[in-house]
Design a protein around this ligand. Structure first.
Ligand SMILES: C[S@@+](CC[C@H](N)C(=O)[O-])C[C@H]1O[C@@H](n2cnc3c(N)ncnc32)[C@H](O)[C@@H]1O
Length: 249
């Protein structure tokens, strides 16, 4: 029987524990003393936008939620109407995240809150385009959610990221699996930088990989974008790791 498509985007508490841990780390160590524009995939419930607004209304006063699914966009619009009662003026736009265009010079905090895997498809090309047109640029930060289960099979992953594993000096399959979990969106972002030929102009740092369990194993990754260079092994190896359900264990 065909599976019914889930329209409403609602998730368990661990997702938001991961989001708030990473947000706290960013705010304490990396956020600049200025106002940001918040650009997210808020889905139908805009839960992350509401959190951001509670923490810092100023940050969410320039909040935009992008949605490429028409049904979800309509529900997101209805949620936006409801939260206007508390003063949260979030803008909901039916558009693909990667087509985002800036209209101001303030730094941006992006949340690419994916349900799937941030690797292997054409994400590196889409990010390369964002870097090239400076839609994602120095002084920005980006959070990315990626799915850790149902991968397309380790054989395919080992072969797709053979170059990355070689540069990292990883031979043992268990080590490869560990670093794939900790860093596959970093592999994607580094490929994007290389594709745009910007790896000697932009410094990417990963300030956290926070794993959590929702309906499946997931992780949230946080990055800051600065001027400088991105040496791939250091970029990947310096990833701080935490597990919402297990802590450091
Ligand atoms: C995980 S849900 C968002 C949940 C939301 N952040 C929350 O915490 O309430 C991700 C949403 O982004 C949409 N989406 C996925 N990829 C997208 C893209 N490239 N551009 C725009 N929307 C996208 C999905 O349809 C889905 O509604």
């Amino acid at each position: 029987m065909a599976q019914r498509r889930r329209i409403k985007t609602d998730y368990g508490p661990y997702k938001y524990a991961a989001f708030h841990l990473l947000l706290a780390r960013w705010l304490r160590h990396y956020a600049l003393d200025t106002s940001y524009r918040y650009v997210t995939l808020g889905g139908t419930e805009l839960r992350d936008v509401q959190s951001i607004y509670f923490i810092e209304p100023g940050l969410a006063s320039r909040a935009m939620s992008l949605e490429n699914d028409h049904e979800r966009y309509k529900l997101g619009e209805a949620t936006a109407e409801r939260v206007r009662n508390v003063g949260l003026m979030v803008e909901t736009v039916e558009q693909d995240f990667f087509d985002f265009e800036r209209d101001g010079d303030e730094p941006h905090l992006f949340f690419l809150d994916l349900e799937g895997i941030c690797a292997l498809a054409d994400y590196h090309l889409r990010f390369a385009e964002m870097f090239r047109k400076a839609a994602l640029r120095e002084r920005d930060a980006i959070f990315i959610t990626s799915h850790l289960g149902h991968n397309p099979g380790w054989k395919r992953i080992f072969s797709a990221f053979d170059a990355e594993f070689r540069i990292l000096g990883l031979v043992d399959p268990a080590n490869k699996r560990t670093w794939y979990r900790l860093a596959h969106p970093s592999f994607t972002l580094f490929r994007a930088l290389s594709h745009a030929n910007l790896q000697d102009e932009i410094a990417l740092s990963c300030f956290g990989c926070v794993e959590y369990r929702d309906k499946s194993p997931m992780a949230l990754y946080g990055y800051v974008v600065e001027e400088g260079t991105t040496p791939f092994p250091t970029f990947v190896r310096n990833t701080p790791h935490f597990h919402v359900n297990n802590g450091y264990a």
